[in-house]
Design a protein around this ligand. Structure first.
Ligand SMILES: C[S@@+](CC[C@H](N)C(=O)[O-])C[C@H]1O[C@@H](n2cnc3c(N)ncnc32)[C@H](O)[C@@H]1O
Length: 222
């Protein structure tokens, strides 16, 4: 049993997730079940989520959890590593990368403060696996001023995420002032409260027009 059913049957330490998050987890994390991966979750909470992810991904997954609270160290076990530090501190994040290597999957469920979300993304996204998945959850806070968010506020991670649409299409942008950049991603996905970026090291972008041209009936369609 994994996914939503696993969550509903969770009886260990407390875990705090939205029910609707599990469809996104299945879609973006599901292909990594029973694969040899490094999964990094920012935000240990009360320890239930690392227990959950361990059961979700299976025995080949290295689960690494970061939290600012030293009390979270007690969640460590033979498969779960907990490192204590601030998710917005590049030196701390680098120490985690040095120890565990580039994560394949990252889930930011930390402070949900915009400056922290942005700092973690800025540091970790370029350094994670070149085919990895970066997910940020509880992004309703991107619309709340007490977290540094707000509708169309530049600091909001929702605004940043919207700009990724342009980044994905950078080669077609004719009036690029330098602000639109290659994202190194195959896709971005938005759900209520969840943003996902799927990286891809290589994408064949060749436009192809195949088939027997003599059978065209719509000459205006080329
Ligand atoms: C929403 S809880 C995590 C919930 C857990 N992932 C779950 O699913 O049950 C957020 C966690 O982020 C931690 N946190 C807050 N600010 C942080 C920061 N600047 N760096 C790292 N962790 C932080 C808190 O201590 C808290 O444990």
């Amino acid at each position: 049993m994994h996914g939503y059913a696993q969550f509903l049957n969770h009886k260990g330490r407390p875990i705090h997730k939205g029910a609707n998050y599990f469809a996104a987890y299945e879609r973006h994390f599901g292909p990594y079940i029973n694969r040899p991966i490094t999964f990094l979750e920012i935000g240990a909470g009360n320890g239930g989520s690392s227990e959950f992810w361990k059961g979700y991904f299976g025995p080949l997954a290295r689960i690494v959890t970061l939290d600012i609270s030293p009390a979270c160290k007690e969640f460590e076990d033979e498969q779960v590593a907990v490192r204590i530090g601030d998710q917005s501190d590049p030196a701390f994040l680098q120490s985690v990368l040095d120890e565990f290597g580039p994560p394949d999957l990252i889930l930011d469920d930390g402070s949900h403060i915009m400056a922290h979300v942005q700092a973690s993304f800025d540091y970790l996204y370029p350094r994670m696996s070149r085919n990895g998945v970066y997910m940020v959850e509880d992004m309703h806070t991107a619309y709340w001023d007490e977290y540094g968010g707000g509708l169309r506020r530049p600091e909001s991670f929702a605004e940043r995420f919207k700009s990724f649409v342009d980044d994905l299409n950078v080669r077609f942008v004719r009036e690029n002032d330098g602000s639109v950049k290659e994202l190194g991603a195959y896709s971005i996905s938005a759900y209520e409260s969840i943003f996902v970026i799927e990286k891809a090291n290589f994408i064949n972008k060749q436009m192809m027009y195949l088939g027997d041209r003599s059978r065209r009936v719509n000459m205006g369609a080329d």
